[in-house]
Ligand binder design. Structure first.
Ligand code: NAP
Length: 434
């Protein structure tokens, strides 16, 4: 692995893009201590009966619909397998932007409450935010892996109330013990992209720790949340990793271990990729034209797999209704799968996020072993959730955008700022060498 890893302690943020690094540094220095005043939330049962603060939406729309409220019901434990978590940090994903605008509303509403089809109950107020790092405050009677006080992390399923709130409640299966070496801010950057990448690469892509060492994998859109995690996971599993990204993200992805990098902004990406040896697995984070191009870059008739995370499934159910939309999506998937299998012997698959606490346990061990680093590009205090959404919406992510829901202790924050400076220097040196 490049010198970034050697230089970075196991809990460091990789910040490559100079502009992003600068803004993050400013945020870290100015915002860490002052912007968000410490909120007085205690975890005593009596306090938990009342209300909590959260960022909610009461309708779908643009950033203006995000609303801070202190009157949201605390999500107490209702079933024996549930774990209630005090949120310390959350992070944002492209899905949050889409869900804010109503993406997936029909299916997710049904999943939230199957009876809503009958009684037309509203899904609002809806809390967004899919990642959480925090501390367990309450457990159902059948919970065996966690006790109050445990530091945990999880990816909150999109059909559940999200983590941009003081508390979130999940089932035990969805939760995992957070890596010991990471702060909550760092830890919150990983669960959703990790669960998504693992589901896509393992379930759909057929890869695993023991079968990846002789595999050539292409990751498109390697500089974002899913990409930066996937590069590190696959390198830890011994795969050969090629990445497509913008020129100014090359240093970042190489620092994370990418073997070969294709700058999609420098001419014809297909031409550049076609000159390379063909791939065993392609993880597509970009979609669009890339889908068609990618099929020709897989090894034919040898079990190679194309897995895309950019699927029309929820768009179909939104526009056509649940039955027609599901049927249409299923038809699209199966006809593409059959066509590609017959014409070139490659498997065409859709990848989806899947909640999986045990998978996060594995990731936690890899993080504590220094094999996976959090890649936090920007962080915002809880008071600035709309600004965090705006950052994500502006695009060109280089890793993750994190929201500090409860401020971490000052000492830890100070450490982060120092380490951030060290790694910026390390990454810049790595970039010079390239
Ligand atoms: N199906 C699921 O369950 C699921 C789950 C998670 C994510 N997803 C989807 O998967 C995709 C990736 O998610 P993410 O969280 O990694 O998104 P992200 O953090 O926003 O990252 C996207 C990255 O792709 C780069 N990019 C954009 N156009 C590109 C191109 N043509 N070629 C190469 N790189 C390009 C962007 O940087 P530049 O624009 O600067 O190049 C950015 O770094 C998103 O579409 C997301 O909605 C699906």
């Amino acid at each position: 692995m490049g010198s970034v890893r050697a230089m970075a302690s196991t809990r460091l943020l990789c910040l490559f893009n100079a502009k992003a690094a600068g803004s993050t540094k400013t945020l870290a220095r100015a915002g860490w201590r002052s912007v968000c005043s410490r909120r007085n939330v205690c975890s005593s049962p009596s306090r938990l009966q009342s209300c909590m603060s959260a960022w909610v939406i009461d309708q779908y729309g643009t950033n203006e619909v995000l609303k801070y409220s202190e009157d949201i019901n605390v999500p107490t434990v209702h079933s024996p397998s549930e774990v209630m978590i005090k949120v310390h940090a959350a992070s944002l994903n492209p899905l949050d932007i889409s869900m804010r605008g109503g993406y997936g509303a029909k299916l997710l509403k049904l999943r939230r409450d199957p009876m809503s089809v009958m009684d037309n109950d509203s899904e609002f107020p809806l809390i967004l935010g899919r990642d959480v790092s925090g501390v367990v405050v309450d457990c159902g009677s059948e919970v065996t892996h966690f006790v109050p006080g445990d530091e945990v992390w999880a990816a909150v399923p999109p059909w559940k109330q999200g983590s941009l709130a003081e508390f979130v409640t999940l089932t035990e299966y969805e939760v995992s013990h957070k890596p010991k070496l990471l702060s909550h801010t760092e830890a919150a950057s990983i669960p959703y992209v990790a669960n998504t990448a693992l589901s896509a690469l393992v379930n759909a892509g057929g890869l695993c720790r023991d079968s990846s060492s002789n595999k050539r994998v292409l990751i498109t859109g390697g500089s974002g949340g899913v990409g930066t995690f996937s590069i590190q996971l696959l390198k830890a599993w011994g795969a050969h990793v090629t990445v497509t990204c913008s020129q100014n993200a090359e240093g970042l992805v190489r620092g994370l271990g990418a073997d070969e990098v294709v700058d999609y902004t420098a001419g014809d990406v297909a031409e550049q990729l076609e000159m390379m040896e063909k791939f065993d697995v392609i993880l597509d984070n970009v979609g669009g034209e890339m889908e068609q191009l990618a099929m020709g870059m897989l090894k034919p008739w040898s079990g190679a797999k194309y897995v895309t995370l950019v699927t029309p499934f929820l768009l179909n159910t939104d526009s056509m209704g649940l039955l027609d939309g599901t049927f249409h999506a299923g038809f699209t998937l199966h006809s593409k799968a059959i066509q590609n299998l017959i014409s070139s012997g490659v498997f065409y698959r859709w990848g989806f996020y899947a909640p999986d606490g045990p998978a996060l346990d594995e990731v936690s061990s890899m993080v504590d072993a220094g094999k996976i680093l959090p890649v936090v590009e920007a962080q915002f205090p809880f008071t600035q959730v709309p600004q965090a959404f705006q950052k994500l919406e502006d695009g060109h992510a280089r890793g993750k955008t994190v929201v500090r829901v409860a401020e971490e202790d000052e000492r830890q924050a100070e450490g982060l700022v120092q380490e951030t400076a060290e790694v910026e220097q390390g990454v810049q040196e790595t970039a010079k060498q390239h």
